[in-house]
Design a protein around this ligand. Structure first.
Ligand code: GLU
Length: 260
C-alpha cells in the first residue's frame, strides 16, 4: 500500500516538475487568436491622446485606432478587438500572465524590457519632456537637482532620472491624471513624461507649459509575451504595421489625434 502511494506521488511530482510538459510545444498565439476569433488587447484608459475613454466609457485614441486596424487586418472585423485596461505599471504582468494577447499602450522598446518581452517594429517615436506650471522658472533637467519631479510608476523616465539627475526626489503616481493633478496642486516642481502624453494632458489647460528640450527617444511598439509562441503573431503584425506606415495610414492617424 505504502509502495503504491509512493509511486503515485512520484508520478505526480514528475508530471508537475515539467518532465512530461517539456515535449508540448507552446501554443502559438496567432493560432489561438484565429480559433477564438477575437484579439485580446491591453490598452491604456488614462493616456490621451493614445488610449483613454470618451464620455460614454468607450475606448478611444491613437493606440485604439491602431488596435482596431490591426484586428480588421487579422480577423476581418475591427469589432473583434476586446480591450482590457492596462496601466504603465501592470502591463508587463498582464502580458506575461497571458491575460492579453498583446499590449498597445504607449510602450517604448527598451533593452531591459526586451529581456522579458518581445516587441513589434516601432510605430511612433516620442521623447521625454518636462512639464512645469506656467509661472515656473525651471528651464532644463539639470535645474531639477535637489528638487521634486512627478512621474508615473513603471515608465521609462524613472531610470533616466535616477541615472542623470541623482539628487532629484521622484514622486510616483499610478495614472497620468493623478500625476497631472499633483503637478497642478503644486506637489512638485515638474512632471516628466513622453512629450506626446504631456501634450495630451496640457491641451485644454493653460496653467502649465512644456519645455522645448527632449531627453530621450521612446520608440512605441506593440508588446508581446516573450517566446516562440509569439513569433508568427509578431511577423504578421510587423508586416501590417510596415504596410500601414508605407501607405500613409499611420501618418493619417497621427494627424487625426494631433500627434507630431
Ligand atoms: N513610453 C514610456 C514607457 O513606455 C512612457 C509612457 C507610458 O507610461 O506608457 O514607459
Amino acid at each position: 500500500m505504502i509502495k503504491k502511494v509512493f509511486s503515485a506521488l512520484l508520478f505526480i511530482s514528475l508530471v508537475c516538475c515539467g518532465c512530461a510538459k517539456k515535449e508540448v510545444a507552446p501554443v502559438d498565439t496567432l493560432t489561438t487568436i484565429k480559433q477564438r476569433d477575437q484579439i485580446i488587447i491591453g490598452v491604456k484608459v488614462d493616456t490621451p491622446p493614445f488610449g483613454y475613454l470618451d464620455k460614454d466609457g468607450k475606448n478611444i485614441g491613437f493606440d485604439i485606432d491602431l488596435a482596431k486596424l490591426i484586428t480588421k487586418r487579422l480577423l476581418g472585423d475591427e469589432n473583434k478587438a476586446v480591450f482590457i485596461p492596462v496601466n504603465t505599471s501592470n502591463r508587463i504582468m498582464k502580458l506575461s500572465s497571458g491575460e492579453v494577447d498583446m499590449v498597445i499602450a504607449t510602450m517604448s522598446i527598451t533593452p531591459q524590457r526586451q529581456m522579458i518581452l518581445d516587441f513589434s517594429v516601432p510605430y511612433h517615436v516620442a521623447g521625454q519632456a518636462i512639464m512645469v506650471k506656467k509661472d515656473s522658472e525651471i528651464t532644463s533637467l539639470m535645474e531639477l537637482q535637489d528638487k521634486k519631479a512627478i512621474i508615473v510608476f513603471g515608465s521609462t523616465v524613472e531610470r533616466n532620472l535616477r541615472s542623470n539627475v541623482p539628487n532629484i526626489t521622484i514622486i510616483g503616481y499610478k495614472t497620468y491624471p493623478e500625476a497631472f493633478a499633483a503637478l497642478k496642486e503644486g506637489l512638485a516642481d515638474a512632471m516628466i513624461s513622453d512629450d506626446t502624453i504631456l501634450f495630451g494632458l496640457e491641451m485644454k489647460d493653460d496653467s502649465v507649459k512644456i519645455l522645448p528640450k527632449r531627453y530621450s527617444k521612446e520608440p512605441y511598439a506593440v508588446a508581446f509575451a516573450k517566446g516562440e509562441q509569439s513569433e508568427a503573431l509578431i511577423e504578421k503584425i510587423n508586416f501590417e504595421i510596415n504596410d500601414m506606415i508605407n501607405r500613409g495610414v499611420v501618418r493619417q492617424l497621427k494627424a487625426k489625434w494631433n500627434i507630431d
